[in-house]
Ligand binder design. Structure first.
Ligand code: FAD
Length: 310
């Protein structure tokens, strides 16, 4: 049972300066379109309001969960206790100076890639179709078509959960496949800087259009999903393994292995419990038939729904 008093205190203290939503339905804040409510969801519009929120949550001992655009999240049906901080639309400024581009964490990767291209800067075309924020992209070391954030990021700035600032040079981030040191450190990204090579504007735009055409051709973009559910295992592709095991189209409740791309699980009116059961089923079958353990790429947050007595 959540202690509502500190949450109410936080809302009373900061509600005038930050957008705060009580009992926020996480289905509205995730591309998978499911999950129970967050006790409180706040959307800071500046690094300063973010710090105020963190300091207040720390003082009131309220647990904090950070999200971006919610495109790599599976939120359980019981929702998220405490405060969810969403860094997305309200913090999305992007600045270009010469070959350097600096973005607030809530800017979308597509905007970052497009701004770079418009300024004749290359290196980010791979990111143009990844439907997440710059902060989420750096946290995940998001990548596609041979590129990943770690190749272009030179500086990551942010704060820890008590509001203390940090700065990591790109080399200090320990970027590896869908991994960065932030995953072990509970740190929040506020700004990301990339150093980019000069390139031809028209060619960059043409390349992005082509990559996005390939995406739309292969991926089930018209159904809610969180992208590739599993990480690429050593020496293979998760989608090929799932397909070879005959799992394309298999469902648990309203969660389905996409018929178009076996690496995506799509939402056809399911619950988080359906998705967790489908993930476990796919992992079991792939392990039995191929001897390979598939690890989720999607981040699982929150609590199971309480069991109602019959
Ligand atoms: C249709 C589709 C296609 C996709 N294609 C790709 C692809 O090609 N390549 C790829 O890598 N991914 C892909 N994804 C997954 C997803 O878009 C990326 O992982 C993206 O980087 C997540 O960003 P986000 O802002 O949505 O983060 P969220 O999903 O909100 O969060 C993901 C993780 O990042 C953390 N986080 C978010 N913002 C911050 C921040 N400011 N500071 C610290 N931590 C933060 C969260 O705590 C969470 O642990 C796809 C998803 C979809 C739905």
């Amino acid at each position: 049972m959540t202690d509502l008093k500190p949450l109410k205190q936080l809302e009373d203290r900061l509600g005038g300066e930050v957008k705060i939503i009580p009992m926020a339905p996480m289905a509205q804040y995730t591309t998978l379109r499911l999950g129970g409510p967050a006790d409180l969801l706040a959307e800071p519009d500046s690094p300063e309001t973010l710090t105020r929120l963190l300091e207040e949550a720390h003082r009131l001992e309220i647990p904090v969960t950070l999200i971006g655009h919610g495109s790599n999240l599976l939120v359980k049906d019981g929702g998220i206790r405490g405060l969810v901080i969403r860094i997305c639309r309200e913090m999305r400024r992007i600045e270009v100076k010469g070959n350097t581009i600096r973005a607030q964490a809530g800017a979308m990767l597509s905007s970052l890639a497009m701004t770079a291209a418009e300024n004749s800067l290359g290196g980010l075309t791979f990111a143009s179709g990844i439907p997440g924020t710059v902060g989420g992209g750096v946290y995940m070391n998001a990548g596609a078509y041979g590129g990943e954030m770690g190749q272009v990021v030179t500086l990551v700035e942010g704060v820890d959960l008590s509001g203390r600032p940090f700065r990591y040079a790109g080399e200090e981030m320990q970027f590896s496949y869908r991994h960065t040191r932030l995953m072990e450190e509970d740190k929040i990204v506020t700004h990301v800087t990339c150093q980019l090579p000069n390139a031809n504007r028209e060619e960059l735009i043409k390349e992005m259009v082509e990559l996005n055409r390939r995406r739309a051709e292969k991926q089930p973009l018209t159904l809610p999903s969180a992208g590739s559910t599993f990480k690429r295992p050593v020496g293979g592709y998760a989608s090929a393994l799932v397909d070879e095991c005959g799992l394309k189209g298999v469902s648990v409740g309203g969660a389905q292995v996409s018929e178009k791309h076996a690496g995506f699980l799509v939402n056809r009116g399911g619950t988080a419990a359906d998705f967790l059961a489908l993930i476990a089923h796919v992992q079991k079958v792939v392990f039995e038939k191929k001897g390979i353990v598939l690890e989720p790429e999607v981040r699982i947050l929150g609590e199971d729904a309480p069991v109602t007595p019959v």
